[in-house]
Each structure stands twice: as structure tokens, then as C-alpha cells.
Design a protein around this ligand. Sequence first.
Ligand SMILES: [Zn+2]
Length: 612
Amino acid sequence: MIQNSFGRRRMQLLRMDQLTRRRQPTPAREVETDLFTHCQACGKSSAKKQWQEGLECCPSCGRHTRISAALRISQIMDEGAVSIDQAAEFVDPLTFPGYEEKWLAAAENSGADEAIHFVRGSIEGSPVIFGAMDPQFLMGSMGKIVGDRVVSAFDKAAEYNLPVVIVACSGGARMQEGIISLMQMRRTAEAVTRHRQAGRLFVSVLSDPTTGGVTASFAMLGDIILAEPDALIGFAGPRVIKETIQCDLPVGFQSAEFQVRHGFVDRIVERRNLRSELAQILRLHEKQPEGRQGPASAEDSAVNFVAESASMNFAETGATEIVAIPDANFSDDGASDLSVSAISDSAAEGPVLAEETDRKPTPYERVMLARDPKRKKPAAILQELCTDIVELKGDRCYGDDPALRGGLARLNGKPITYIYIEKGSNLNSQIYHNFGMPEPEGYRKAARLMKQAERFNRPILTIIDTPGAYPGVGAEERGQGEAIASNLSLMSCLSVPLISVITGEAGSGGALAIACSDRLYMLENAVYTILSPEGFATILWKDGKRAEEAAEVMKLTAADMLEYGVCDRVFPDDLSGLKEQLAADLDIPDFAADPENPAIVRRGEYELRKSL
Ligand SMILES: [Zn+2]
């Protein structure tokens, strides 16, 4: 019996060994002549010059071929990047038969001295430590020298206070170095973690293939994870999985696109855009020029970093005069008095409407206006408010929820994290975005982005238009209630400002899950409810048709929210004044943490402030 299982295990190992061997580097291009290169994927031949101009992507089908570390560095970096690698000295911890010959041959054939290279330089002027793995050197496998170089690169990043970008391309741990290779997973993961704790950025780019011990260590630990189109990304290789489970794998299994759908990759970036996207991300994470430096050593915690830079900013800008915003008049920027007057003592009579009519809409009419499919959506509102928008996807756990979107942007020139709910505009997109009803993955993505914002000391803007959290079997199985509760808890102690704007419906816990903010704004015909008026009437009066009556008694309009102190200010549906208000809010240096400032509302104290 034991003999049998040993035998079976041995056979499995042998088979895996064969499979691994079969996965040794295939040439990026199958047939080459002097002038033409043949594409393995589409079978077409194209001029070599065209391949070069396309950064070694097929001119016909766009396939992204595997490229050397040296070429990658030259494609991404500005001129003048300098190598920071120690010279590679062969190590053979297992004295593995034939390893040295193989290693020397890899060096000879690839022209590289190991499977990863690091340089210090800049991308479109933004300074960075950049590394690229080399598929032509033992399939980019990670042995001790690769581990050493990754750790040393993060040490250099600490020394110079720089972000790190690594383009991964690897078959995984290097078998010939046995357990010493496995330990590189631990070492590199620890190096990334020290870097992140110090408040520095790590962007991981996954190229074809990124598998095994590299996927399961530093490559999946990026603050932001990008991937090249159609790259194979996974832990176990597809052939190993297929042979083990004896089943065919679905089309597209473990592709970059698969990883986005499952929540593990933020963005797919074509190679021709990679340099500019990396530069944009680096710029969005650059510290403010006026001496807002990060911590000098890796020991400083992210919390210290946030507190330090926030207080420095406070001292520099002296922004207290524009802190008392709710009643401030934005005379110099021409914002309308209308929006400013919307918050006033007479708020109980209802907000001032953009187009004053004889009769104000009834509460139920406002519900209908808030739900109007033609109403301006959060995506369009974000476009009006912000520039430099970079969407980030995934909860790093199970999926990417199209109903809840988020990422990086600039508002009034300052980097922010944005989060909004997407209902979709036509039937197809409404179905795709689940009619703006997030699942637990959406709320967990929001939590991930909020924590990221905190690490980089970025304010957060959430824009809300949702009937509520999705009531579904899967959503319950994956913990809808837990996901919402965790977000409420997280938002109660965030150290960065959080501002929410309700632009349409804000249904119950599904809205609150991204709206426990320092400031809550509403558009004049937005509504905020514990549940839909229809649901309210059904539960209380067993008659869903009495929704109009329910809307009257529920107190759900923006004016009601002002009166209760749930909302701080109401803006016309045309958004006038909103951008100026948000810009002024962002100038408040640390409005989540200064209890002495009368303009600052501590999260969770709305009721105390206004109702009592
Ligand atoms: Zn092709």
C-alpha cells in the first residue's frame, strides 16, 4: 500500500518533470529568415522591421512574444539607466548534476548573466528602480541569485526612497537549486512587504508566462498589478493541472484576462502603452514637491508616513482659512451662489432647485428622478470632476465586480482614489454592471482601494448611485453582510479624508458600504433610503402599490438628509459648485484627524452634530 502510493507519487513527479521540461523556452519566433519573422500564433510572416517597431508584438495578430530583460529595459526606461546588479557568481547548493553546464550554456545563449536584471533610472522622468526577468535564461526561473537581486533592489529602493517596478516572466522556482530556491519566495515576499510598510510603491507587471514560485511570491504582491494581453499567469502550469485532474481546461484558462475577471490583476496593458502607463502611475504616486518626503528608513511604518506628511502639508499650506467650507462663497472661481445657498437654515423646506418651478417635486417624484435611466451617471460625473483616470480592478480574492469601479485620478491636480457604482447605460451594459448592485467582491475591491489610498496618503472620493447591494445566492455565500460590515469598520478608522457624493439612488447598506465619509454631499434629486419605497410599503403595509405614500413618510430626499445631519450640502443636479467644493475640501490638510477644527466632522458623529 505504502509502496504503491510512493510509486504513484514518483510517477507523478516524473510526469511533472517531463512536463516542466517540455515547458522549457520555446523560441519566441518559430522561423526566421534574414528579413521576415513567422508568427507562431497566426502563422503569418512579417518584416523584422515591423516586429521591431511593434516592440516584438506580431504585426498581424498582436501576439506579445517573450523578450529579453535587456530589450525590456530598453523599451521602458529613459536613457541613462544604470545597472544595480551584483555580478552573478554561480551557486550550486545541491551540487546538482549538469547544473553548472546548463547555467553556463544559458548565459552563453541568452547573453544575460542571470534570469533577472535591475536598473536605477527613470521612466518619462519619474525616478524608479526597474527590474525585468529574462525568459531566455533558464525560463526566468528563480534561484538564489534572482532572490538576492530582488532583495537588493528593494534595499536600494529604501536607500534612495524610490518606487519599484518589476516585469515578471518566469516558469517559477529553479528546480536545480531545490529548497534554496523555495526559500527565495519567502525572502522576496518579505522584501516587498518591508517596502510596502514603508509607504513606497511597488508595481508588478506580469508577462507571458508568470507561473509557480514567482507568481506565488513577489509578482502577486504589487500595489498595482498590470499584465500583458493573453499572458499565461498562474501557480500550477496548465499542463500539470490538466494531467492531474484529467480534464480539458476551459478556453482562456489562466490568461491575463482570466486573472482580471477573477480579481487578481488591475489592468491589461498592451506593450506599446506600457511605458506611458507606468509613467502615469509613477507620477500619480509622486510625493508633493514641497518637502513631503517619505520615511528615510524601511523601519518607519506607513502610519507614521501618513501622519508626518499630512502635518507637514498643514504647516506649508496654512489652509485653515478655506477650511470653513460649507458656507464659503466661491466668488473667485465663479461658482454659482445657487449651490452655496443650497445649504442653509431653511434647508428643511427643500434644496434650491437648479430650475425653480412653481411646484417642487414630491418625494416619490424625486425617487423617480433619481432612478431616471437618462440621469447623469457617476462615470460621467467622475469624468467632469477628474483627470488622469486610471481604473484598477479586482478584490485580490475572488473576482472583479463590474458594478463597483475604482482607481486613481487627479482632482484639481491632486491624486485621489475614486470609487463609484456603475449602473450601465443600455440594456447590455446594465446587465454587465448588474444594474449597479454590487456583490461582496465589489465591496472588497473598495476596501482594498481604500487601504491603498491610506498607504499613499491619498484622499478618497466615492460617487454613489445604487438601488442597493445585490440580493443573490452567491452574494450571500460569499458574505455580503460581512463585506459591508468590514467596510463600515474600515471607514471608521481611515486616516485619509473620505468624501461621498450621492448622485442618484443610495439604497441602504449597499450604499452606506462606501459612504461612511467625512463629508456627504447629495444632488438635489438624489435620495437616500433604508430600502426602496416599494419594499417599505410591502413590509409595513403588505402593499407594494403604496410606494408613493411610503416615500412621503420615509423622509428620503436630500433636504431631509440635510435636516437629519446625514448630508452636509446639496448641489444642483447640473453639479454646479461641486467641483469647487471638492477642491476646497482636498485643501484641508488633514480633516479626518483634527478635532479642533470646527469645519471638520468626525466620521460617525453626524447625528450628534446636527440632530441634537
Ligand atoms: Zn501573429
